[in-house]
Design a protein around this ligand. Structure first.
Ligand code: DAH
Length: 339
């Protein structure tokens, strides 16, 4: 082969590339000239048979052929892509990718998981009960007097004479004790329902976490306080104090309301805690003997305490959320902050 023949082949290859009218044709031309058995590699191979004096010029020409041919292929490819674009929308490879937006765990679920983790470390397991309860589990077994106002149509969402949407997670205590013998050490997170009007701190459907510890050896109010103090520290951080205020619940005796030191002022007194330095977070107490009798436990042989937290209350304190309604509106601007 001589330079003249090479130039002729080059002209042919470029004409062939220019004549390709679609991607498949371009690929065919590319294979014919640049493929493993293509003409250009074959010519390159012949380079060693060319007389030494002619070799540099021949090599240069061969390389120039390759470059020119490749450039023509690129031009054709671009031209076809441009034509495609004019005909309809094309894919723009230069645009940055669009990532699917990842969701995040709802702040209320985060609180429930965290509480479960904290109590798991001291031997509590998670128990569950249905949202639709009967009168016995939600009221009677919890020692609620038949005339108690909480049973009223104006407070409780009744489905019929016996069934209702549970007003508290306390009925899960009853279910747990009826299902097993002491020791029982459970927490039960869940939805609760009341005929309440929505406002900054109220919802008709909110969440509670019930706790119950019953054993066959003496358990005291001091154990309850130590347990809740441990929980307060783990959940809210070191330095959070716990105080009990005497209260009344039908299912505990004595009963207390539980306060944590105010997360905003640290106990000095501010608007959030109404200058008291304390925030109410739970109800609690020693399980009433009448409750034990309802579930078939011998009140002389068991000891135990119970408590009930509001999940929203804890989440509002922990995350500094000023309005309970934010939890239910599914506004992404709110939810994204908990990712
Ligand atoms: N069930 C109560 C409520 O809804 C909260 C509560 C108070 C639960 C005292 C308890 C308890 O287990 O011992 O207000």
């Amino acid at each position: 082969m001589n330079l003249e023949e090479l130039e002729k082949l080059k002209a042919e290859s470029i004409a062939a590339a220019q004549g390709a009218t679609d991607a498949a044709a371009i690929e065919q031309v590319r294979i014919r000239y640049l493929g493993r058995n293509g003409l250009i590699p074959a010519v390159m191979k012949q380079l060693r048979d060319v007389p030494a004096v002619e070799r540099p010029a021949f090599g240069k020409a061969a390389n120039a052929w390759r470059t020119a041919f490749e450039a023509t292929l690129r031009e054709r490819t671009d031209a076809l892509a441009g034509a495609g674009e004019a005909a309809g929308p094309a894919f723009d490879f230069t645009l940055p990718g669009r990532w699917p937006q990842a969701g995040s765990i709802h702040p209320l679920s985060q609180v429930v998981s965290e509480v479960a983790r904290i109590f798991a470390r001291i031997g509590f397991t998670v128990a569950d009960g249905p949202d639709i309860e009967n009168r016995f589990n939600n009221f009677t077994a919890l020692n609620t007097a038949p005339h108690h106002p909480s049973m009223d149509q104006s407070d409780t969402l009744w489905l019929d004479d016996d069934l209702l949407l549970r007003t508290q997670t306390s009925p899960v205590q009853i279910r747990a004790m009826m299902a097993r013998k002491p020791p029982v050490r459970i927490i039960c997170p869940g939805r609760t329902y009341r005929r309440d009007t929505m406002d900054v701190t109220h919802s008709a459907n909110f969440h509670q976490i019930e706790g119950l510890y019953v054993d066959t050896k003496p358990v005291s109010l001091a154990d309850l306080k130590a347990t809740l103090a441990y929980f307060a520290r783990e959940m809210m951080g070191e330095g959070v104090g716990v105080r009990f205020r005497p209260h009344f619940f039908p299912f505990t005796e004595p009963s207390v309301e539980v306060d944590f030191t105010c997360h905003v002022c640290g106990g000095k007194g501010c608007r959030v805690c109404k200058q008291s330095g304390w925030i109410e977070v739970a109800g609690a107490g020693m399980v009433d003997p009448r409750v034990y009798r309802h579930v078939g436990y011998d009140p002389e042989k068991v000891w135990g305490f119970a408590f009930g937290f509001g999940v929203e209350r804890i989440a509002m304190i922990k995350f500094g959320v000023p309005d309970i309604r934010y939890f239910y509106e599914n506004d992404l601007r709110f939810l994204e902050q908990f990712a």
